[in-house]
Design a protein around this ligand. Structure first.
Ligand code: MN
Length: 130
């Protein structure tokens, strides 16, 4: 069974791009284009990994990470963040929310795929080296 990746992203071009890359690698892709859809998606069926955009319209995508880390059935799921804000303060906020890794936009395909492989192989690992 292929790993299921939930792509939480509000930008249509990025959704298309990430979906193409992930499906090309054989992953099952689910998409949530906003925060309420993302909450509904993880409740409906836990994905194997979440690719999370921080800025979801007016909403803060990190709210999903915080909520997942508080829920026993979801807290082990790796969360990889993509964000346009590469400041140190933002990185700290992302890691404090319980996300595992952090990728600046524009996202590089090989880098993203490498992170997916790593985090799907070691879902319980704690991030510090990204
Ligand atoms: Mn966005």
């Amino acid at each position: 069974m292929s790993a299921c990746v939930l792509v939480v992203e509000d930008n249509a071009l990025n959704i298309e791009l990430f979906s193409d890359w992930l499906e090309g690698e054989g992953y099952e892709v689910r998409v949530a284009p906003d925060l309420p859809s993302a909450f509904a998606a993880v409740e409906a069926r836990a994905p194997d990994l979440v690719l999370l955009d921080v800025q979801l319209g007016e909403d803060d995508g990190l709210k999903l990470a915080v909520a997942m880390r508080q829920q026993p059935s979801l807290r082990h799921i790796p969360i990889i963040v993509v964000t346009a804000h590469a400041m140190v303060s933002e990185k700290k906020r992302i890691l404090q929310a319980g996300c595992n890794a952090y990728l600046p936009k524009p996202v590089d395909r090989p880098v993203l795929l490498d992170h997916l492989k790593r985090w799907l192989a070691y879902p319980m690992r704690q991030a510090a080296d990204t």
